[in-house]
Ligand binder design. Structure first.
Ligand code: FAQ
Length: 312
């Protein structure tokens, strides 16, 4: 018992001294579990997040837009793979993570259970969803766990390209014809509140935040990041000439921040329970992709086995 306490103290001292924890280092079980939970949920989000945008690749309005969207969706696949690899260093297998996703047991970001109904939604996803993702993920580049922190550096570089791609689509539409402006505003109306939910529950309702911050996995609380997001987006919406659908949003000079309205947490809870507009569709699509790919996995395994026996 004393020995365990000593190990835990030494571990926390390393974290406090900003040293990175690497996979072979001693770590408390709860730290390992927290990271496996967060990194695997993050990986699943990247992979499921390809679906709403993939829906528009064949309908992009120009070759330039199609190329940029294709590159973005491929980047998300890459992010998922870096993250699955980072989680594997903690002792969980990729098959185990996939199984939990396909069985509907694993969480992924609530945002990807909403449909992309118009081309402007692709702009709104890039601008708002990638905007929220960057706000949350830049601090993760300084996460105490080395493999996660290093994966996030690359991910964040690509996410900033994604956000610009979205903002540029919104800029074109918002300053285009009245019909295009209307499309952009409708997308902002639909994506604003779901994007605000991406940061997770309020701090007083977030069971994991306090410990994750002590371990320097998270550097900012959910509410602090949400506030940063609001402050940036309020200014960007003004540049676009669009209105954020929140009558309570006002600049508060005393706080030096924008005030904003209350999130509908019932909607968030329903999505987490699997009852969002696209939860079923997303899981069905992932399961179909997994089942359709069985022959590829079989062929790859057979080839690897043959090569091994040939070189033995
Ligand atoms: N959706 O105590 P907390 C992207 C869950 S990637 C669903 O606050 P924590 C790129 C949470 O898991 C977007 N579940 O938890 C892209 C926990 O459940 P559990 C994903 C949520 O971990 C763009 C429970 O609620 N980003 O967008 C959500 O300390 C465009 C209690 O919550 C990441 O994953 C939610 N929104 O903080 C791709 C970033 N929020 O496990 C394609 C890394 C909370 O106890 C296209 N993750 N929950 O059953 C994080 O920073 C954290 O895990 C938080 C949650 C902040 C998400």
């Amino acid at each position: 018992m004393t020995q365990l306490l000593q190990l835990e103290d030494r571990f926390q001292a390393r974290i406090d001294a900003e040293q990175k924890i690497e996979p072979k280092d001693w770590m408390p079980d709860a730290y390992r579990k927290t990271l496996i939970r967060q990194i695997s949920q993050h990986a699943h989000s990247e992979i499921v997040g390809m679906l709403p945008e993939g829906n528009w690749i064949t309908r992009a309005p120009s070759l330039r837009r199609k190329v940029a969207l294709l590159a973005k969706v491929q980047d998300e696949a890459g992010h998922g793979l870096y993250l699955y690899a980072a989680a594997e260093t903690l002792g969980v297998s990729r098959d185990q993570m996939y199984e939990e996703l396909h069985a509907g047991k694993a969480k992924y970001s609530s945002i990807f259970n909403y449909p992309t109904l118009s081309w402007a939604d692709i702009g709104a996803v890039g601008w708002l969803v990638d905007g929220a993702a960057i706000m949350n993920q830049v601090p993760l580049c300084k996460c105490s766990f080395g493999p996660y922190a290093r994966a996030m550096v690359r991910v964040c570089k690509e996410e900033s390209f994604h956000q610009r791609q979205g903002f540029e689509i919104m800029m074109t539409l918002a300053h285009g014809t009245p019909a295009q402006h209307k499309m952009a505003q409708e997308s902002l109306n639909r994506w604003w509140w779901p994007s605000m939910m991406m940061f997770g529950p309020n701090d007083d309702a977030s069971p994991h935040s306090a410990q994750s911050m002590r371990w320097k996995i998270k550097r900012y609380s959910n509410d602090d990041l949400r506030q940063k997001f609001v402050d940036v987006m309020a200014e960007q919406a003004a540049v676009l000439g669009l209105t954020i659908p929140d009558p309570d949003m006002h600049w508060n000079a005393d706080r030096g921040h924008y005030d904003f309205g209350t999130i509908d947490w019932k909607e968030f809870d329903e999505i987490l329970r699997g009852n969002g507009p696209c939860n079923k569709e997303r899981l069905d699509a992932r399961n179909k992709a997994w089942n359709d790919g069985a022959w590829v996995r079989e062929a790859a395994t057979a080839f690897a086995a043959k090569r091994k026996s040939a070189t033995a």
